[in-house]
Write a protein that binds this ligand. Structure first.
Ligand code: AMP
Ligand code: ZN
Length: 436
């Protein structure tokens, strides 16, 4: 295995040993914030009591609401003069969640990000373009610092302005990018629409993350742009990107366990689930001094993939994120995740890159409508062909989610597109007009 730093070569025992040590230090540090001082006191837990990473289970969870309640900086464990950066999580509802970093935090974050990029095969010789928004969003500066740390010439292209993005890629011979899945498909499509072949671009690797996407979407991006897509995972509360990455095996996201303790819990009972079972990801920081977090409930649903990765790294892997527990919607008593719908849609070659799930209510009846963009060359088909496509999409969706949706086929490019993370669900059930 070619590796970026020594922690990647640790055995499972070495990882646990280091986690135990770092957890002690983290608890000491976290106790400097009144919020955690109280929690530690109530649990009667002192750093010296920690003999294994599992001892973390003696503490209660930290929720997003706790973070909101401590906004802006009441969870900081160092004086303001030692802080050098802040970011916010990109939640669209509720009050913001802020994260503050010391210089050491920014440095360790850059190292984790550089290590993640290296694991996908990016090297200092690569020219790297970061095609996600900068500013408060951690996908900007977080990725940027990692790419620079690795030594790549880094182009801070930011989000949007697709023409300029494509020009920069061509002019500078960009070989690696960071991009959101929805935007990657859009860029490829725009190149095609301009009569060029997106496969001709010099790109060889794309880090794709920040929002859930399916294996079908990965394959689609890979084939449209002729590159390898590696899933990149993180969240502001845990620094930002660089928490987990797929290695070249593309078989799950290694979570860097020297920097984080990973737990999967049953979101209903809070009980720890065994490896292989799907539940909510809970994370603890192990290297952060500015704002350590203990047992943070991420709301992300996934599972630990049992067994070792063929790459040799012992940092355990999680499956691609199925969705967030707060993205799940319940229709007629059935729990549905947007990714189940995406998986079906992206299996149809006629389907374009964008879709929208609309929940409506007609009288007392709740209905599910899926608006699906169709590729230009298929949109011109005869009505009969389109109707039969519509029916087969509805049938496949019913097999997956047990509810028969209404399927509307719409022209490519007609659904709203966001510059940042895609919004997949529109819930009109409580709308005054009944959503009709
Ligand atoms: P932010 O608030 O911008 O830091 O967003 C963090 C959230 O984005 C995570 O908790 C996940 O829900 C989502 N996310 C980030 N990376 C991925 C990924 N690779 N796959 C699925 N969801 C992701
Ligand atoms: Zn691996």
């Amino acid at each position: 295995m070619e590796y970026y730093d020594i922690a990647e070569t640790w055995s499972a025992d070495q990882i646990r040993e280091e986690q135990t040590k770092r957890l002690r230090a983290t608890i000491t540090q976290a106790g400097k914030a009144p919020f955690y001082a109280k929690i530690l006191d109530e649990a009667g837990l002192c750093p010296g009591d920690i003999t294994s990473p599992e001892d973390i289970r003696r503490l209660p969870f930290t929720s997003k609401d706790d973070l909101r309640a401590q906004y802006p900086d009441r969870l900081c464990c160092v004086p303001r003069a030692q802080l050098v950066r802040m970011h916010c999580s990109s939640g669209t509802t509720g009050s913001p969640v802020a994260v503050c970093y010391t210089q050491k935090d920014v440095d360790t974050w850059a190292d984790l990000m550089a290590r993640s990029m290296f694991a996908t095969g990016i090297r200092r010789e690569d020219t790297f373009q970061n095609m996600s928004g900068y500013g408060l969003f951690t996908g900007g500066l977080g990725i940027h610092y990692g790419a620079e740390r690795l030594g790549c010439m880094t182009i801070p292209a930011g989000a949007g302005n697709t023409r300029r993005q494509i020009k920069l890629i061509k002019d500078f011979g960009v070989t690696a990018v960071h991009i959101l899945p929805s935007y990657a498909l859009h860029v490829a499509q725009q190149i095609e629409e301009e009569g060029e072949d997106p496969r001709e671009l010099p790109l060889r690797i794309a880090l794709v993350g920040a929002e859930p996407y399916t294996e079908e979407t990965r394959r689609r991006i890979e084939s449209m742009l002729d590159l390898k897509v590696y899933n990149s995972f993180g969240m502001s509360e845990m620094n930002g990107p660089g928490v987990g990455i797929e290695c070249q095996e593309q078989s799950g996201l290694h979570i860097w366990e020297d920097a984080y303790i990973l737990e999967i819990i049953d979101p209903e009972t809070g009980r720890t689930l065994p490896d292989g079972e799907t539940g909510e990801l809970v994370m603890t920081t192990l290297t952060r001094e500015g704002m350590p977090l203990l047992r943070y409930r991420t709301h992300d649903l996934t599972r630990i993939i049992p067994g070792d990765c063929a790459c040799g790294r012992k940092h355990r892997r999680i499956d691609r994120i199925l969705g967030r527990s707060d993205d799940m919607f319940i229709l007629k008593g059935v729990n549905i995740y947007p990714m189940q719908i995406e998986q079906v849609l992206m299996g149809f070659p006629e389907v374009g890159h964008n879709y929208l799930i609309r929940l409506e209510k007609q009288g007392l009846l709740e209905t599910l409508r899926v608006l699906v963009e169709i590729r230009e060359e298929h949109f011109v088909e005869d009505m009969r062909v389109l109707r039969s496509l519509q029916e087969s999409i509805a049938r496949r969706l019913r097999d997956e989610i047990l509810i028969t949706p209404k399927v509307d086929l719409v022209q490519g490019g007609s659904l709203p597109r966001t510059e940042g993370k895609a919004r997949r669900v529109e819930d009109l059930r409580d709308a005054p007009e009944g959503g009709n």
